[in-house]
Ligand binder design. Structure first.
Ligand code: IPD
Ligand code: CA
Ligand code: CA
Length: 281
């Protein structure tokens, strides 16, 4: 069953609809708490790694909406881990608040990220910015959307003209030296670099043509699952840093317009080769 939903006649998959409902519910939890951040209970998971009661309440809200509609599905949430059967045919992957550091500082750039995997393939995706109320969605094979507008990546075809997004290491155990080499090369070869603080929104920005490419490190599946489908359905390319498919659990993602993605991978190639060489020593 499909229901027409907007001006461009996007036919919304019922499971996407539920994902959107869950994202909006979480968005309400987040925005209600925005002006009382200093009163929130905040725990530290590691260096520069915080979780607030809002992350947890937003995730609870999402899980309730999803499992009420689909009790046989499972949910992998950043804060709750796996809820439901490990071998469920449908699994939701949830980051209730992507950009917690921004949120805790009142820097209004964060999102709710929800993806649905069917037999381990990403089928539906929602990235919601509750401040701007921008809702980025995608269904596999059916395109990507920003609210009611169909998304295409930008036409930028040269790295030297491209505006790139990135996410850099700021937690313990991350390879800052390698990252700095990538930053140096992309700084020299691109048209500019931004670091906004929400990986899911960075990917959505590529889909919307606001950024022409991104390279991101230190990621988990919940940071990228939804954004990846949105980029691909908008005509962008997305891989791990070697151009391979180990991006969902590999922690590193490179995405962009087809030509910018290609040039970014060319720049990355020798850096990966020397990292591999160092690791083999
Ligand atoms: C983080 C953000 C950040 C990225 C980190 C993520 P969180 O997610 O997406 O932009 O650089 O790697 O962990 O912790 O705010 O959900
Ligand atoms: Ca995140
Ligand atoms: Ca998070």
């Amino acid at each position: 069953m499909t229901t027409p939903s907007n001006d461009d006649e996007q036919l919304m998959h019922p499971m996407l609809n539920i994902g959107i409902r869950a994202a909006r519910a979480a968005g309400n939890v987040i925005t209600r708490s925005m002006d009382r951040v200093d009163t929130l209970q905040i725990d530290q998971k590691g260096r520069n790694d915080f979780v607030s009661e809002v992350d947890k309440a937003a995730e609870t809200e999402i899980i309730n909406v999803l499992l009420k509609a689909y009790p046989a599905h499972s949910v992998l949430g950043e804060e709750s881990g796996l809820v439901g059967a490990a071998d469920a045919e449908y699994q939701w992957i949830v980051d209730p608040l992507d950009g917690t550091t921004n949120f805790l500082h009142g820097y209004p750039y964060f999102s709710v990220s929800i993806a649905l995997l069917h037999k381990k393939r990403i089928d539906q995706a929602v990235v919601y910015n509750p401040v701007s109320q921008e809702l980025f969605t995608a269904s596999r094979g059916d395109g990507a959307w920003l609210n009611s507008k169909r998304l295409r990546v930008s036409k930028t075809n040269r790295l030297e003209k491209a505006l790139l997004g990135t996410g850099f290491p700021y937690r313990t155990g991350q390879d800052l030296d390698f990252y700095q080499r990538t930053l140096r090369h992309y700084t020299e070869k691109s048209g500019g670099i931004r670091r906004a603080g929400s990986a899911a929104l960075d990917l959505a920005a590529v889909a919307a043509g606001r950024l022409d490419g991104v390279w991101l490190v230190g990621l988990n599946a919940w940071d990228v699952a939804a954004g990846a489908l949105i980029v691909r359905e908008a005509g962008g390319l997305l891989n791990d840093f070697s151009g391979g498919d180990n991006w969902m659990d590999g922690g590193e993602v490179l995405a962009g317009t087809p030509k910018v993605h290609h040039e970014m991978l060319q720049v990355m190639k020798p850096l990966i080769a020397s990292r591999n060489k160092l690791a083999a020593k």
